[in-house]
Design a protein around this ligand. Structure first.
Ligand code: SF4
Length: 217
């Protein structure tokens, strides 16, 4: 039985990347050591036992944005999510860094329940999930493991300035252009203008964090 540390589960729309606009359930796992200065989920980075709770339905009532998290079994989690979800929507496993935990069983169990499963990862840890899982590789402040570039279904690159693109120039040149999107960090206007210009030059896609524009989680 796989135990997972989960910060929150919530239902919303996927705001970013390939599935942008699709109804989705988000499963935010606790813990990440990547250390991005622009991280907007800092509450899900530390695993402080003081904030750890036991498996309980309270997970589904928890307020967003706090460091409390729950230790739960993955099959219980998949079942509880299925119980609360009327359609086979997208299930997004995110974090924190979701691949810092063993998510293979969860991807399999959610897939068995009919969800399309997406994992959003920085690529800094091995990615272990069932083959049908959509892997969104989002390179961040620490280097991506070489093996993970090949596993990516899409590459969604957060961009603050041109350096963020130049840093991965070699890897991006090996990836089919339809898999690549640039995403301005924190909806910053300058970064957005840069992403628009580069997307037009390279025939890449623009990913905007639409949930932030419309004020939803
Ligand atoms: S990889 Fe993601 S969760 Fe981890 S610090 Fe960076 S932005 Fe935050």
């Amino acid at each position: 039985m796989t135990k997972l540390l989960v910060n929150e589960v919530f239902w919303s729309l996927q705001g970013e990347g390939f599935f942008s606009g699709r109804p989705a359930v988000f499963i935010r796992l606790q813990g990440c050591h990547v250390g991005c200065p622009y991280c907007d989920t800092k509450y899900a980075l530390q695993r402080d036992p003081k904030h750890q709770g036991l498996q309980s339905e309270a997970l589904f009532q928890k307020a967003s944005g706090t460091s409390d998290y729950f230790s739960v079994e993955s099959d219980w989690l998949a079942r509880e999510i299925k119980k609360r979800t009327s359609q086979n929507i997208l299930a997004v496993i995110t974090g924190g860094e979701p691949c810092s935990q063993d998510i293979a069983d969860l991807t399999s169990q959610l897939g068995d329940f009919g969800f399309q499963v997406q994992v959003e990862t920085s690529g800094t840890e091995s990615i272990c999930c069932v083959k049908t899982t959509w892997i969104t590789l989002s390179p961040k402040a620490k280097p991506v493991l070489a093996e993970n570039w090949e596993k990516a279904s899409e590459v969604k690159l957060p961009v603050r300035d041109e350096q963020d693109i130049l840093r991965y120039e070699e890897e991006l040149s090996q990836i089919p252009r339809e898999k690549i999107s640039l995403q301005p960090v924190s909806c910053d206007a300058k970064a957005t203008a840069l992403c628009v210009r580069i997307c037009q030059q390279r025939n890449w896609r623009l990913s905007l964090q639409i949930h932030k524009y419309i004020g939803i989680l």
